[in-house]
Every structure is written in C-alpha cells, then in structure tokens.
Design a binder for this molecule. Structure first.
Ligand code: UD1
Ligand code: CA
Length: 453
C-alpha cells in the first residue's frame, strides 16, 4: 500500500480543569482559539487530510472553524482519547490513509517543523506505533513513559504507582502519535477502560502494540516546549506567553523595531513591514497589517486594521476593522470603530470617534468629535466638538460633507444631511437641512448684547 499520511486532532473533551463552560479548544491565545493553531500546523503538512474529533459543544466548535467543514467526526460521548480514535477510524480508513498523525487539540504550541521531524524519525524506523516524548522537570498530570526490559509503555498520571512503575524518569508523553492504521486497527477493540479514570486511553496502544509484537517507538524530543498541553487557566496563560515571545521575536528578526517587547502582544496573523516601529504596551490582533515607515506608540489596541505607509498612530488609540491610508496621523486617544476609513494624509486627533465613515484625503477632525455614517470629502476641516447625529432612535442616516468645506466648532449635523463643497458652517450650529456648495450656513440663536441690570 502506498504511504499516505493524514492527521487527526482530538478536540471533543470538555476541559473540566479550565473551570469554564466554553469548550477548551475555543479558548484563545493572542486572539485565536487554541485549536486554530493545531489545525493550522497540521494543514501545513497534510493540506485537506486533517480530521477533527469534536463532541462537547460540537456545534460551537464546528461554527468557529468553517475551513474544517466536512472533516469533523462527532464523538457523542467523550469516553477517552482512545475512544475518540475509534470513532474517527471509519473516516480515516475510507480516506485511504496508511498512517494517521494524532494530536491533542489542546497543544497550540505545536509547530509543523517539530511534527515533521518526529514523523521523519518514525517513518525511518518503519514504526507501527510511535509517539513523541519530552523531558519535564515535573511530570505533573502528563502520562509517564515507562521503559522496562526493552519495552516502552505510557502510564497515565492517575494510574502511576511508584511501587509498580518505579521512580518517574521525567520522560512524558507529549500527546502526538503516528499510527500505521492497518497495524493498529486490530488493537482498538482491546482498549479497556479498567483504569482510574474509567476512560479508553489512546496511550494504551503503546503497550498493546508491544504485546502484539509491533514496532513501537518513542521519539524523544528533549525539552521541546512545542508539545505543552493546556489543561488549566495557569497553563493557558503560560503557553500564551511562550507563543507571544515566539511571535515578537520573529518580527524583531524580520527588522521590526519592537520597543518594550515584553508588553507587546501580536496575533499570529499580524503582518508588520520591516522598519515599522511599535512600542509596548500594545496589542495588535486579527489580520492587522502595518506598512513600511508607519509607527504605533504605546497603549494602542488594533484588530483587523490596515495601516498604510508612514502612518503615525500616537498613544492610546483603539482601531477595530479600519483602514488608514498612507501618511495619516491618528491620536492620541482616537477611537476608530468598524468601517472607519482615513484616506491619504487625513488626520484624526484626541477624543475623536469614527464609525462606518470615510475621512477624505487630507481632511482633519482634530478634537472631540463623533463621525458616524459620514462621508467627509477631501481637505474638509471638522471643528472641535462636531457631532454627526446619525441615529433617530430607529434608523441610521448618512451625513455627506463636500470637499474643502469647513465645519465650525460644536456643530450638530442632523442626518440625513449634505453640506456642499466649499461650504462654511458657523460654530455652534444645528444643521438640519442641506447646505449648497460654497454657501455659509448658521443655525443658532443670534447673540444679543444688552445693558446689565
Ligand atoms: C493526554 C494523554 C497523556 C499526555 C497528555 C499530553 C491520554 C489518555 N493521555 O492526557 O498521556 O501526557 O495528553 O498533553 O490520552 N479528547 C477527546 N475525546 C475524549 C477525551 C479527550 O477528543 O473522549 C481530547 C481533548 O479534547 C483533548 C485531548 O483529547 O484535546 C487530550 O485529552 P485530555 O483530557 O486533555 O488528556 P490529558 O489528561 O491531558
Ligand atoms: Ca491535555
């Protein structure tokens, strides 16, 4: 039979030790669910031949991963990791796989490189059952690797008895296995749940394989942190910190200036051009991209922001799902909400909020302004305290301001309303009807000056 390797991620468990009702594999690291990291690494190696066992809150896990649709296997009752494999076997066999690489879905630090190195070692030895072992100073709740009389076994922490199994060696099971399906299938019926957890363990395939005379191999990867599993909130934040440092270091190596790097959090899909400067504390998530020459000062949080060349984002800005074109200036203290677009050279200053609005090339909103559902033309000046009144309590309405118009301070633009190009609106106006191009509009009480009483 020709060799064809696919992968299986185990993600059906509840994650009781996380003390949370949400499925464990949906817990995030740097804004992405832990299962995302696992399946991403697997897809790098096995393309579409990646199956995922789901069970606890299966619908919400499936909904979070539309890219895995059609490759889910549902384990209705979570009777253990061995039972998860049994449940997936028909799908794997039907796909014509010769080998399956099984990975726990709670190990988001796994890398394609590390798995590849393990598989190469296992295939070179022509192993039927192989797994990754690592060395930990404290074996904690991990399955312990026990070697005796030239045979290897994995003994789960709950079942480990020093009197029977000897002193723990510090070598533990990482939760990554390469199994030759034809060799392993006959063993699956022999898995038993007669242990201290009452579960069917995938790890028992090691001793069953040894007993059946199969080629069994533990591939020791030393202290490779890529295989740390996440079972508790403490382990979640510890793994996130390792991942955070890994990603920040990659950016630094690629030529990004990362100041206060210990407090910079960058999601795995964030792209920063070489030479970009950022300063912590700072958080960039999602598909945020920052082009050459741009900089972000401390205390900024951005998600899915597209930031153009030479943009300067000063401290304390929030950007969520926005586009900021080249040469713009933002902040300090600006809030750009979904759909905000700043065209080339536009400027947004302190305490300005924008939502679903375009600020045209070179336009300025310097201070204390709300722009919602607005289209602001090139070169417009929005005076301090200008508010688009876009909501009538039922519907949202649009405000249009033509190019080179000047909106005086403390103006309320009551939408739907259009201010023509080059028009001037006096400070303190409440504008409820359209202003034609080039006209002056005043919408306020005239000042009276009288002798004092
Ligand atoms: C498992 C291993 C242990 C290893 C450790 C590495 C077993 C029996 N033990 O322990 O030797 O050191 O991983 O991190 O495998 N799952 C299912 N269906 C189930 C049960 C679990 O899909 O019925 C999934 C979970 O969602 C999880 C993964 O399998 O992603 C591992 O399960 P978990 O309960 O975390 O196993 P550990 O106790 O950590
Ligand atoms: Ca685990």
């Amino acid at each position: 039979m020709t060799q064809r390797i696919g992968a299986l991620a185990l993600a059906a468990g509840k994650g009781t030790r996380m003390r949370s009702d949400a499925p464990k594999v949906l817990k995030t690291l740097l804004g992405k669910p832990m299962l995302w990291y696992v399946t991403k690494a697997l897809a790098t190696l096995y393309a579409a031949d990646v199956w995922t066992v789901i069970g606890h809150r299966a619908e919400s896990v499936a909904a979070a991963f539309p890219e895995l649709a059609g490759r889910f296997v549902t384990q209705t009752e979570q009777l253990g990791t061995g039972h998860a494999l049994v449940t997936a076997l028909p799908a794997l066999t039907q796909a014509g796989l010769s080998h399956v690489l099984v990975v726990n879905g709670d190990a988001p630090l796994v890398t394609a490189e590390s798995i590849e190195a393990f598989c190469a070692a296992a295939l070179a030895a022509d192993a039927d059952v192989s797994f990754v072992s690592i060395e930990l100073p404290d074996p904690g709740a991990y399955g312990r690797v026990v070697r005796c009389d030239g045979r290897v076994a994995i003994v789960e922490a709950k079942d480990f008895d020093p009197a029977r199994h000897g002193t723990p060696s510090g070598e533990i099971n990482a939760g990554v296995y390469l199994l030759r399906l034809e060799a392993v299938a006959p063993l699956l019926g022999r898995l038993s749940n007669a242990n201290n957890s009452g579960e069917y363990y995938i790890t028992d395939l090691v001793s069953l394989g040894e007993a059946a005379g199969l080629r069994v191999l533990a591939v020791n990867r030393g202290n490779d942190a890529a295989y740390l599993g996440i079972n508790s909130p403490r382990e979640l934040v510890a793994a996130e910190e390792i991942l955070r440092r890994r990603i920040v270091d990659l950016h630094i190596e690629a030529g990004v200036v990362v100041r206060m790097a210990d407090s910079v959090r960058l999601g795995p899909q964030v792209r920063l051009a070489p030479g970009v400067e950022v300063c912590g504390p700072l958080e960039l998530y999602g598909r945020t991209t920052v082009a050459a020459g741009a900089s972000l000062a401390s205390h900024c949080v951005a998600t899915d922001a597209v930031i153009g060349e030479n943009v300067v984002v000063q401290s304390f800005c929030h950007l969520d799902n926005v586009r900021v074109d080249a040469d713009c200036q933002v902040g300090p203290y600006a809030r750009l909400r979904p759909g905000a677009i700043l065209e080339t050279g536009a400027r947004v200053g302190n305490f300005v909020e924008m939502k679903k609005s375009v600020l045209g090339p070179g336009a300025k909103a310097g201070h204390l302004t709300y722009l919602g559902d607005a289209e602001i033309g090139a070169g417009v000046n929005i005076g301090a305290g200008t508010i688009t009144c876009n909501y009538d309590g039922v519907h949202k309405h649009k405000t249009v301001v033509g190019r080179e118009a000047f909106i005086g301070s403390n103006t309320a633009l009551v939408a739907p309303v259009t201010i023509g190009a080059g028009a001037l609106v006096g400070a303190g106006s409440v504008i409820t009807s359209d202003v034609p191009d080039g006209m002056l509009a005043l919408g306020r009480g005239r000042q009276v000056v009288k002798p004092r009483k």
